[in-house]
Design a protein around this ligand. Structure first.
Ligand code: SF4
Length: 123
């Protein structure tokens, strides 16, 4: 047993600091390179987000729907027929995309034709 401990201690002592630093540098370089290769563009990330479900509890609380046409305009907090996610101040992403991120539902995308009670006019 003491011989085994002495052997391990010896192998650690024999590893020069420059060799450990080089190994760590190579490991970090591989991780950094992988991060650069795997980092998609902003648009690709939005497309990778899951779509908000109409069954989502927060979505239901905000009466979110994929199709604004299914909501009676007179029942809206700010009655108007032309309210959709595409013309809401809280929508993000690129104009013309069918599904876009929304500040109210982080990590998910909403339908450009959708609507919820938080709809706000763009300034
Ligand atoms: Fe659509 Fe605006 Fe509601 Fe987000 S806040 S779901 S963009 S209406």
């Amino acid at each position: 047993m003491p011989g085994r401990i002495r052997q391990k201690t010896k192998s650690i002592e024999e590893t020069p600091l420059s060799k450990i630093a080089r190994r760590k540098f190579i490991q970090l370089s591989v991780v950094a390179a992988a991060g650069c290769l795997l980092q998609p563009g902003r648009e690709a990330r939005a497309q990778d987000l899951p779509r908000l479900s109409e069954d989502d509890p927060l979505g239901q609380a905000m009466k979110y729907t994929h199709d604004a046409c299914t909501v009676d305009p007179s029942s809206r907090p700010n009655p108007a027929a032309d309210q959709t996610c595409a013309n809401c101040a809280l929508v993000q992403g690129a104009d013309g995309d069918a599904w876009r991120p929304c500040q109210i539902f982080p990590g998910k995308v909403v339908s450009a034709k959708g609507w919820c009670t938080v709809w706000s006019p763009k300034p």
